[in-house]
Design a binder for this molecule. Structure first.
Ligand code: PGA
Length: 251
């Protein structure tokens, strides 16, 4: 059975005190969620230490939103994987479309980041997804396949135990426009087939593939009912504990 996961991506939102309050509210409400659903919150770097104080020992796991592509040294402004584990991080999101689009994140850099993260004992939530132009040109399969293969061809079936994929169509992120359940299921099944070609069907069957892009309590049920959608990576709706938990109650 694949793991069901609901992961929050706070992006560059909330101050530290606001983030701590939000984390407390998520932990308080997490008791309502069936224990087979894994809950993760991804916070800005500044929040990780104090938010870990809130979530440590609870069922809520902590994620970063990025990490450096070098282990340590003269990389001003960067945050290493060892820094992340030292403040209690269990996960890091990598390859989010906002990082690809605004900060020049390439598949090559993602290979380095993923290697460092896995070696440090972090689990990786690797994001893939096409933009509107690519979707309209019917290139979404090619784009998602390339993003998946370019990074994951460098890893083993064993590594895949610690990798989660998030399919996030860029045109659905923060726009209020959600992919239909059919559109999402179609591409999730395609990504799983891509994983099967790389690692075999048995491994592909164990990898959780999350949907991201304007996921909210009102549409999560339909999305999560699809056979290849194993949960969500949640942006805007993760900033309200009720909405985040509402999504987690949608399996
Ligand atoms: P959204 O963001 O839920 O606000 O659309 C999702 C994401 O970018 O991870």
């Amino acid at each position: 059975m694949r793991k069901h996961i609901v992961a929050g991506n706070w992006k560059m939102n909330t101050t530290v005190p606001e983030g701590v309050e939000l984390a407390k509210a998520v932990v308080a409400k997490s008791v309502e969620v069936p224990s087979d659903v894994e809950l993760i919150i991804g916070t800005p770097f500044t929040h990780l230490y104090p938010v870990n104080e809130v979530v440590a020992g609870t069922r809520v796991a902590l994620s970063a939103e990025n990490c450096a592509d070098h282990a340590k040294g003269a990389y001003t402004g960067e945050i290493s994987v060892d820094m992340l584990t030292s403040v209690g991080c269990q996960y890091t999101i990598l390859g989010h479309s906002e990082r690809r689009q605004y900060y020049g994140e390439t598949d090559e850099k993602l290979v380095e980041k993923t290697k460092l993260a896995l070696a440090a004992g972090l689990k990786v939530i690797l994001c893939v997804g096409e933009n509107l132009e690519e979707r309209e040109a019917n290139k979404h399969f090619d784009v998602c396949k390339a993003q998946t293969v370019n990074v994951l061809k460098n890893f083993t079936a064993e590594d895949m135990k610690n990798v989660v994929i998030a399919y996030e169509p860029v045109w659905a992120i923060g726009t209020g426009k959600t992919a239909t359940a059919e559109q999402a299921q179609e591409i999730h099944a395609f990504i799983r087939k891509t994983l099967a070609d790389l690692f075999g069907a048995e491994v592909a069957d164990q990898v959780s593939i999350l949907y991201g892009g304007s996921c909210k309590p009102s549409n999560a049920k339909e999305l999560f009912a699809c056979p290849d959608i194993d949960g969500g990576l949640i942006g805007g709706a993760a900033l309200k504990a009720d909405d985040f938990i509402g999504i987690a109650l949608s399996f």
